[in-house]
Design a protein around this ligand. Structure first.
Ligand code: FES
Length: 240
């Protein structure tokens, strides 16, 4: 398993649900504290880039997907899927220098989620989660990932009672799995550290994933977020 927290070295970190980014769309994400642009080209392939245009620094997450390229919002510089600038609209005859390119990051899609590679070297292997997954919901909470992890480890019954028992996956602190009591499916949660005060949890279902079960799991995720934020506020209040 190579899914790790940022401080623990290299590894894959969940950065969103596959359904969050349709083909031809771009959004901003955070990977280990770094702002990145996550986009899918016209054929659906995901790309993960530094969220800063090499021209004048505009956020690429505000840009436009054009076929299999991403164009900057500001002056329209257009970059291919490998991050190479291919067109500068103000100078249409110019042969663009190979040095004008985006900083790219390794991205993978597996288990109904998108994963970004955190580490000095390029990615090794794929995220070691099951290949399939049906999106349930992502929650973003105003609590550190460590506090959320403690809640998931110590009090999962408060949020998932009647569904099954939530357990860490293989001893890795950012992945949790709940096998449904009737054995028909599995709920998988991936914790994403965002900042010292924020985290996200992405949830997918494997196996049975009918609308009623998805809705119920999504509701429980809302409880998890609300309870985590309430508990964190209470602890901070007690400390002051
Ligand atoms: S800032 Fe991106 S093209 Fe100018």
């Amino acid at each position: 398993m190579t899914s790790r927290l940022p401080d623990d070295g290299a590894g894959w970190i969940a950065i969103g649900l596959s359904d969050d980014v349709p083909a031809g769309c771009v959004t901003g994400v955070v990977l280990a504290g770094r702002q990145l642009a996550l986009w899918r080209d016209g054929e659906g392939a995901p790309h993960l880039w530094e969220d800063r245009c090499p021209h004048r620094g505009m956020r690429m997450s505000l840009g436009f997907v054009r076929g299999n390229d991403l164009a900057c919002l500001y002056h329209g510089w257009r970059f291919d899927g490998a991050g190479q600038c291919r067109q500068i609209p103000a100078h249409p005859e110019l042969k663009v220098s190979a040095r004008i390119c985006m900083k790219t990051f390794d991205v993978a899609e597996r288990g109904g989620m998108l994963w970004g590679w955190h580490g000095r070297d390029r990615a090794t292997g794929a995220p070691e989660v099951a290949a399939s997954g049906t999106a349930v919901r992502s929650i973003h909470a105003a609590v550190p990932a460590g506090a959320m992890r403690v809640m998931l480890e110590e009090t999962p019954g408060e949020f998932f009672y009647g569904l099954g028992q939530l357990l860490p996956v293989g001893g890795h602190p950012d992945l949790f799995s709940l096998t449904m009591e009737d054995g028909t499916g599995e709920l998988v949660l991936a914790l994403q550290p965002i900042s010292s005060a924020q985290c996200a949890v992405h949830a997918v279902l494997r196996g049975q994933a009918d609308a009623a079960l998805r809705a119920e799991c999504a509701r429980r995720m809302g409880w998890l977020r609300d309870s985590a934020e309430r508990g964190h506020d209470d602890r901070q209040g007690a400390d002051t």
